[in-house]
Ligand binder design. Structure first.
Ligand SMILES: [Zn+2]
Length: 463
């Protein structure tokens, strides 16, 4: 049995659309019956005009009971009965996504999570809700960065080796050890041998532990011991405490001890969707072009490139949208069907590859014949044209086969891919996206809209 809840709300702010509670509930119950769901609970908020922050006790009870697993399905008259603000809808969708609570139906049919497309919308809204809360924690972390940039210690925690617990006053005996270790490391002593020596001499860490190379290395490459503040491993400011060694020594220690992968500058995050976004106005390609403050964006370039120059979209949400949509598409029955249509024999790719190579050989032969005056220029061009056309077909077929094999293992298995997504390389992510998505139209933004407007985006899937 599917246990359904019905949610109804009266709002007095919309003329002509103000259905009596009784009628809303009755229509919802009828819909539940058509779906074969049993209505076990009704939640009715007798609401109020534009409830800016006003509590809706029944809505809250509904959320709690969904969370508690007391109902399996929900029927509402219209999506805007459930939520007035997109932000609220997103939070609700995040809840549904977390609990896999997809049985939601609306009498008006505008938010039907029983369908695949409805779930895609829900997933995307959920992803945006998560993104917003990530942004919030990023703002908090930026606050820490400011403190770091001002050169103040972040405070708290164990006192650092070489300093008192105020993190500022130098402890001379430990400072001497630090200078000695720095000099030995720079002279080429291994961290291991220095640790053995310290441990033999009874020099302990601040926690009273024995030294291990990892701890020693962390201390020696820290900006702290030369009176510098760092943030995520990069030196960001001169600190307001005294150094024990010089900044130049720190620089040399870092060059010597740090793992080479970390020494390279972290390159700016690259773009997931080059060549896949199209301008909704002029159909031109969008190009990756960061704003002056470094915010990654895709833009329709005007001028010589030939675009209209009117469309700009911030990269992060559009990439988030695309990944969700692609993962969702991988699980859709239509995609599995279209892929089955292109299943191929093992030898097929090799066949197309051979055809491409043979075409190259023939083109070379033709050029040779013309060079020896055995055929006319017109004959050469005509024959070459035919060969190139066949070669193009072979290239396209081969490309399609390669795309298919790039994603074959993920079809119908998107949950697993979603978990692994962030660990994939950018080029692998691009390969998967391009195997599913032909391109994505980006429409114009609506002025004054503060939140990301996913209705601007229209994916065009590969058939
Ligand atoms: Zn354009």
């Amino acid at each position: 049995m599917v246990r359904a809840g019905v949610y109804a709300r009266i709002s007095s702010d919309r003329e002509g659309d103000n259905l009596a509670i009784g009628r809303q509930v009755a229509d919802c119950e009828a819909l539940a019956e058509r779906r074969g769901w049993t209505v076990v609970e009704r939640y009715v908020d007798a609401d109020v005009s534009a409830w800016g922050g006003k509590r809706r006790p029944e809505y809250e009870r509904l959320s709690e009971e969904i969370e508690a697993g007391l109902i399996d399905a929900l029927v509402v008259y219209h999506a805007d009965r459930l939520h007035r603000h997109p932000r609220e809808l997103e939070e609700f969708m995040a809840l549904c996504e977390r609990l896999r609570f997809w049985k939601i139906a609306t009498v008006s049919g505008d938010l039907d999570l029983g369908t695949h497309d409805g779930q895609l919308m829900a997933r995307m809204l959920g992803a945006f809700a998560r993104k917003e809360s990530d942004d919030k924690s990023r703002r908090i972390s930026r606050k820490h960065e400011e403190i770091a940039a001002q050169g103040r210690p972040s405070g708290g925690g164990t006192r650092p080796f070489g300093y008192e617990s105020d993190h500022r006053t130098v402890r001379p005996a430990e400072a001497a050890i630090i200078r000695e270790c720095a000099a030995r490391a720079l002279a080429g002593d291994s961290l291991r041998s220095i640790c053995i020596d310290l441990n033999d001499r009874g020099v302990a860490t601040v926690k009273g532990a024995r030294w291990v190379p990892q701890t020693l290395k962390r201390m020696l490459v820290s900006g702290r011991i030369s009176g510098q503040r760092e943030r995520k491993g990069e030196i960001v400011a001169k600190a307001d405490w005294e150094g024990i060694i010089s900044p130049v020594e720190t620089e040399r220690l870092r060059a010597k001890l740090r793992d080479p992968a970390r020494r390279t500058n972290r390159s700016a995050r690259r773009y997931l969707l080059p060549r896949l976004l199209r301008c909704g106005l002029c159909n031109g390609k969008l190009y990756a072009q960061p704003r002056a403050d470094g915010t990654r964006r895709y833009v329709c370039k005007g001028g010589p490139v030939g675009g209209c120059g009117k469309i700009t979209i911030v990269a992060e949400p559009v990439e988030l949208f695309t990944v969700e949509a692609v993962l969702h598409r991988l699980d859709s029955p239509e995609f599995a069907a279209s892929l089955n249509g292109r299943r191929h024999e093992d030898g097929e790719a090799a066949g197309w590859q051979t055809e491409i190579e043979q075409a190259d050989e023939k083109l070379a032969e033709l050029a040779d014949l013309w060079a020896r005056d055995e055929i006319s220029r017109a004959e050469w061009l005509k024959a070459a044209d035919t060969i190139r056309q066949r070669q193009d077909v072979a290239r396209k077929r081969l490309g399609a086969l390669n795309r298919t094999s790039a994603i074959a293992e993920h079809v119908g298995n998107a949950e697993d891919l979603r978990r692994r997504w962030d660990g994939l390389t950018l080029s692998r992510q691009q390969q998967i996206v391009a195997a599913v998505l032909d391109h994505l139209h980006v429409g114009p933004g609506r002025p004054g809209l503060n939140r990301f407007d996913y209705t601007r985006l229209t994916p065009v899937w590969r058939a």
